[in-house]
Design a protein around this ligand. Structure first.
Ligand code: ZN
Ligand code: ZN
Length: 320
């Protein structure tokens, strides 16, 4: 682990996993197009899926020297967002951000066998166990139906890339259906990349045409602070209520719930049980934890008899 992310040196090759800055003479693996995984500038070879490259373009980052495959490196679907991959090389599997649960168009990751596993553990505490998607769908549909019957518009909120598309697929049957402009843009790109999502007007156009005055309606919007002028507008002009979707929704340690009127636990990451199952399925002899509850999750794995430790800066020596 270096200041610039995870560096692996194998034979004469340098491999960087989700580096902050790409290395000019290494292979730079970019697992997916969430901002915290996109490198800040170009240089060297960038290995990622074609979808990640296109979404990165939309987000204003052009990946020069982009390649989708290279001998002895296997990109494995990680089920996190469209185009997200883990990397399998030299008996090492790096998960990137990972989810093993099927959600809408996203199929849960299938974990390859490996000797060394480098895994994220965003939700690596036992309190994070998420409800089944069908259960959640039922509860949210009931809530929407309750507000619809009173003529109250509902805004469903989740990250612009990933969650918003899953929300569109799970709840796009409500009508009329609108999208925050930024979600519409991301959904359009998904449609271009072969994920068919129901279409609807963006909020600016709907507002211009006076359609939002005809209540109720459903809108999919990105996660944003309650102070955001768009949300304040929707609440004051149309009396809309908000439902947020996040893995943190029911956490005692993170008061996510206060940002929206209602909140439900749904995530593009594995929950605690899924993380443990994934580690066991990989058959790894050594596990390195990154992102999230690295100490706690490694400790839990050790109680299961699995050799595990957080990957910290300079802890790479015993890893190669
Ligand atoms: Zn991510
Ligand atoms: Zn991430």
């Amino acid at each position: 682990m270096t200041k610039n992310g995870i560096l692996c040196e194998i034979n004469d090759k340098k491999i960087l996993l989700d580096p902050k800055k790409t290395d000019s003479d290494g292979i730079n693996f970019v697992s997916h197009a969430h901002m915290d995984h996109l490198p800040s500038k170009n240089g060297g070879t960038i290995l990622s899926s074609i979808e990640t490259n296109k979404i990165a373009n939309l987000r204003g980052f052009t990946m020069q020297n982009h390649i989708e495959e290279i001998a002895d490196f296997h990109l494995v679907d990680s089920g996190h967002i469209l185009g997200s991959k883990g990397l399998l090389f030299d008996d090492i599997f790096y998960t990137g951000d990972i989810c093993t649960r099927n959600r809408g168009f996203l199929q849960g990751a299938k974990i390859p066998k490996c000797k060394t596993l480098i895994t994220e553990c965003t939700f690596g505490l036992s309190e994070f166990v998420f409800p089944k998607i069908d259960e959640l769908k039922k509860q949210v549909n009931e809530l929407i139906s309750e507000f619809y019957s009173k003529g109250i518009p509902v805004i469903l909120m989740g990250y612009q890339l990933g969650k918003a598309q899953t929300i569109t697929q799970l709840f796009g049957h409500w009508s009329p259906l609108y999208f925050h402009d930024s979600v519409k843009e991301m959904n359009d790109l998904h449609n271009q990349l072969g994920v068919s999502l129901i279409d609807g007007l963006g909020h600016s156009e709907a507002q211009k045409k006076g359609l939002l005055d005809k209540k109720p309606w459903l809108m999919v919007a990105p996660m944003m602070s309650g102070k955001n002028s768009f949300l304040r507008d929707m609440e004051s002009k149309y009396g809309a209520i908000t439902i947020g979707f996040s893995g943190w929704a029911k956490s005692t340690k993170f008061n996510f719930g206060r940002r929206t009127d209602y909140s439900f636990p749904m995530s593009d990451h594995c929950d605690f049980d899924e993380l443990v199952n994934m580690v066991v399925a990989s058959g790894a002899e050594k596990v390195y934890t990154i992102h999230g509850f690295v100490e706690e999750f490694a400790e839990h794995l050790r109680t299961l008899g699995i050799s595990a430790q957080p990957l910290r800066e300079n802890s790479l020596d015993d890893f190669i």
